[in-house]
Design a protein around this ligand. Structure first.
Ligand code: FAD
Length: 293
């Protein structure tokens, strides 16, 4: 039944799309095409990441400005507090506001060297919860934060991580977007634990349609997401057949979305990696067509 869009009209399914700021003019064209391909689906918002340690500050802002100018879709800017003073972070937020951005995905960010320990800037926000509180003082932004169904790698315990999520919501965030995961159960168990912990803000699953398997394994290792054995077996040896690999990719992500949908999930956030195809196909399969809601 989940393949029958008539039973899942646009009004029931909300989607959002995440992009990253391009490094070259060629990549910028690719991004424009991806956004133009996905904007007609009427996403709740599109978001642009903020490169490690704020390395893409100017590029993120430039992409946000272009999106606000070119698309009638709410635009969210990611913002991290690692390696910057509170005044510097607040200034970037003010730039976002002036560019017409009304939604921030507020994140702590990571240490510059991979695997390194996060150390707050001496005059900076010490974590994402403090950042959320600070942003609320800058302007009345809508604020989303990150959540980790399989627990953030630096958390003392799953419960401590959940307490931290609650602190971020209590500080003024209205939504959590999750790190990617490959098994519906991970998300559904987390959703139950969050509800039991009194978190009533919406928790939106982050869906990564694995395009490049090696890259996905690398990401997963860095952020503590579990790659199930069945998935490794599924993709093992498929690198020489990129066409078939892409189909398997979409089938795996579609099955995940279908399981989540069957469990009552109605909001989905897609890590697009600046490509429209897979996310567009997944939205279609979920019944999201755009132009109808
Ligand atoms: P926090 O919520 O501050 O948590 C970090 C860790 O510290 C957790 O283990 C938490 O449990 C612990 N902690 C926090 N406060 C306390 C406390 N008071 N006591 C004890 N423990 C505490 N990174 C980027 O650089 N740019 C991006 O654009 C970006 N976008 C992202 C989008 C999404 C949807 C997600 C899920 C992640 C994104 N990230 C991005 C990655 C993110 O910056 C890292 O995962 C980072 O390590 C943690 O950020 P956070 O906001 O979750 O931190």
């Amino acid at each position: 039944p989940w393949l029958a869009p008539a039973e899942a009209p646009d009004a029931e399914i909300g989607v959002s799309f995440e992009f990253f700021p391009p490094k070259t003019e060629k990549m910028a064209d690719g991004l424009r095409q991806a956004v133009a391909g996905l904007a007609p689906l009427g996403p709740r918002f599109v978001s642009v990441t903020y490169g490690a340690g704020g390395s893409t500050r100017d590029r993120t802002l430039a992409v946000l400005r272009e999106m606000v100018r070119d698309h009638a879709v709410p635009v969210a800017g990611h913002l991290t507090c690692v390696g910057a003073s509170r005044a510097e972070v607040d200034a970037v937020a003010r730039d976002y506001w002036q560019a017409g951005v009304r939604h921030i995905v507020a994140l702590r960010g990571d240490a510059a060297e991979p695997g390194g320990r996060f150390v707050p800037h001496p005059e900076g926000y010490e974590n994402a919860a403090a950042l959320v509180a600070g942003l609320r003082r800058v302007a009345p932004f809508e604020i989303s934060v990150a959540a980790y169904p399989e627990t953030h790698p630096e958390a003392r315990s799953p419960q401590a991580d959940l307490d931290n999520l609650k602190a971020k919501i209590d500080a003024g965030a209205c939504r959590a977007i999750t790190q990617f995961f490959f098994e519906a159960e991970s998300f559904l168990r987390f959703r139950d634990r969050a509800a039991a912990a009194g978190i009533d803000a919406e928790i939106v699953p982050g869906i990564l349609p694995v395009g490049n398997v090696a890259q996905a394994y690398r990401f997963a290792e860095m952020c503590g997401a579990r790659v199930p054995d069945w998935m490794r077996r599924l993709f093992d040896g498929l690198d020489a057949q990129p066409g078939a690999r892409a189909m398997v990719t979409t089938a795996v992500a579609a099955a995940l979305c279908a399981q989540l949908r069957a469990a009552g999930v109605s909001q989905f956030h897609f890590y697009t990696l600046n490509r429209a195809d897979a996310s567009l196909a997944l939205c279609r399969l979920l019944g999201r067509r755009g132009g109808e809601s």
